[in-house]
Ligand binder design. Structure first.
Ligand code: NAG
Ligand code: NAG
Ligand code: NAG
Ligand code: NAG
Ligand code: NAG
Ligand code: NAG
Length: 501
């Protein structure tokens, strides 16, 4: 009974019964105490269930989707997922049920302490109606710290008795409720275990009344700032990056177009072509990579080498035109109210016509349902949501290969190396919930497809490689803990016709 209550306060969506149960058993130590009284008839897991609007928790795979994994692989996945969820649940919002007609006033949340430091447990106060009661018990549920009453002289001038000062179970006895409140105003918590992010709970009980106060133990993050340089110079703020593979004609045209419009801007090119050639142009750093090292590896390399606050991602077969106005991207990323992390533009064709449908390339919005035995990922169609500050921008989950982003934000998501040669959509799946993304129609780049030889199709698009496609699909299923997903890329369409995993 108690176990369940405790796990519930920690758990998201009631999905982690076993993991959390064991965790709790480990964490509870000296402060184990009967807390059956807490939340008496109201179960937090039930409340969490009720909170969800769509009760169909288990996702169902659509007819045209890929998955699931075979049983042995699923077992391994389950183990990894349990650990992931345990970590994730630490970040979950704690649920604090505030009892009706409680004589105890308290802060339901908001008390934060640095590991190994002190914090005052402010806000606790008893109502004078409790005049007759004598004993108040305060217990630390996870014993990650100690409770104490700050002033040593307090017992000299108040009619109180304090037991367990400096432990994880403190009790205060008094006949005078005002003295009790004075003592409570000196109540403090000392974190004694070094966690960078963890929660502890303080259970306060007097007579038949119980409340739980949660404390967040959190190590401060140190800021990482980028110096934009003096004079609002865009060249100090933006680096252009591109990955190339066996297409020197294309990439040289791209560089020359950038040199024309932004002659002072730094360009980074990652190159895993078979027969390396020298690049033309100025301000270019050419990173040579092993043959076929891959798209994600190239992206990671490039992003790791960016020294500016923002970077612009372009494909090697794009060229800059008069409409490739990077200042417009910067303006959007710098808006403190729009809070965008990544903004894409549009791609125009050879005739210079930019249309949104050229610039879509598959999905734009993603639905992820967290099923009981693995999630489902499918395309969703949402009504267009415009960015309030920039009405020519629409919020999206996935965008094209022409975007400017905040370097730090993208580094935190990263490009997964399990996908060797293709990893565009996959990045956006990983970025769900981490990046705020929009696509705007006032920055346009031109697409000049050329040199589309069969080699390129073979390597980049995985044509005629059923086995590689199957491996790729399997990695997505495992990594994102999915039962199934709808194919978001051409790569899977041919594969789906013939194969099962
Ligand atoms: C809790 O539920 C039990 C039976 O389920 C009932 O007897 C009891 O009165 C309830 N207590 C409260 C405080 O609602
Ligand atoms: C995999 O597990 C499911 C359900 O647990 C079962 O129905 C199926 O027969 C298993 N498949 C194999 C190949 O063992
Ligand atoms: C409780 O312990 C703390 C820390 O050891 C001490 O500073 C404080 O004076 C003590 N309070 C009482 C009432 O003894
Ligand atoms: C406080 O704790 C003591 C010792 O554990 C116990 O005897 C007492 O009943 C508790 N009082 C309340 C109000 O819970
Ligand atoms: C681009 O700018 C150049 C130089 O200002 C101008 O000659 C040219 O006509 C412009 N092209 C378009 C499509 O606006
Ligand atoms: C690849 O597959 C296509 C049709 O699926 C076929 O026409 C082509 O010859 C294949 N290429 C190779 C190199 O096998």
């Amino acid at each position: 009974m108690n176990w369940k209550i405790r796990y519930a306060t920690y758990c998201v969506a009631g999905l982690c019964v076993l993991g959390a149960y064991l965790l709790m058993r480990d964490v509870f130590s000296s402060c184990k105490q009967n807390n059956a009284a807490i939340w008496k008839n109201t179960s937090i897991p039930q409340l969490r269930e009720q909170m969800v609007f769509d009760q169909t928790r288990d996702c169902s795979c659509q007819p045209k989707s890929i998955g699931p994994l075979e049983n042995n692989t699923r077992q391994r996945q389950k183990k990894e997922y349990t650990e992931w969820e345990r970590q994730e649940s630490k970040m979950a919002e704690p649920m604090t049920l505030c009892p009706a007609m409680s004589p105890i006033q308290y802060l339901g949340s908001g008390i934060t302490v640095e590991p190994l430091k002190y914090v005052r447990i402010v806000g606790i106060k008893l109502h004078p109606a409790l005049q007759t009661s004598k004993e108040l018990n305060i217990t630390l549920r996870h014993s990650l710290g100690q409770l104490y009453v700050e002033s040593s002289t307090i017992t000299d001038y108040l009619q109180i008795e304090i037991h367990g000062n400096g432990s994880c179970q403190l009790s205060i006895n008094t006949v005078n409720i005002n003295d009790m409140n004075t003592a409570l105003s000196h109540l403090a918590y000392h974190s004694t275990e070094h966690h960078i992010r963890q929660r502890d709970y303080i259970d306060v009980s007097i007579q038949d009344f119980d409340v739980a106060i949660n404390i967040l133990i959190q190590r401060h993050h140190v800021p990482r700032l980028y110096d934009p340089g003096p004079g609002n110079d865009i060249n100090r703020k933006v680096t252009i990056i591109a990955k190339t593979f066996n297409r020197y004609g294309c990439v040289n045209k791209l560089i020359s177009s950038i040199n024309h419009f932004y002659p002072k801007m730094t360009i980074l090119i990652a190159d895993d072509s078979e027969n390396k050639q020298k690049l033309n142009g100025i301000n270019v750093k050419h990173f040579l990579m092993p043959f076929k090292e891959g798209y994600s590896a190239g992206k990671n390399l490039l992003v790791s080498q960016v020294r500016t606050k923002y970077f612009l991602w372009v494909d090697d077969d794009f060229v800059f035109t008069n409409y490739t106005i990077l200042e417009r991207f910067v303006e959007k990323l710098e808006s403190t109210t729009a809070e965008l992390d990544l903004v894409a533009g549009l791609i125009s064709n050879m005739k210079g016509i930019a249309m949104e449908r050229f610039s879509k390339n598959g999905w734009t919005d993603v639905e992820h349902v967290k099923g009981k035995s693995g999630g489902c990922l499918f395309r969703r169609k949402l009504p267009v949501t415009k960015v309030k500050e920039f009405p020519n921008c629409k919020l999206k989950d996935m965008v094209i290969n022409f975007f400017m982003a905040k370097t730090e934000a993208v580094r935190n998501v990263g490009f997964d190396l399990v996908f060797e040669r293709i990893a565009h959509r996959e990045f956006f799946v990983d970025a769900l919930g981490h990046l705020r993304i929009a696509q705007c129609d006032d920055v346009i780049i031109q697409h000049r497809p050329e040199e589309k030889d069969n080699d390129y199709k073979y390597y980049r698009l995985m044509q005629n490689q059923t086995k590689a496609q199957a491996g790729y699909a399997e990695r997505i299923l495992f990594k994102n803990n999915l039962q199934c997903f709808q194919p978001w890329s051409r790569i899977f369409h041919s594969f789906m016709k013939n194969e099962t995993i």
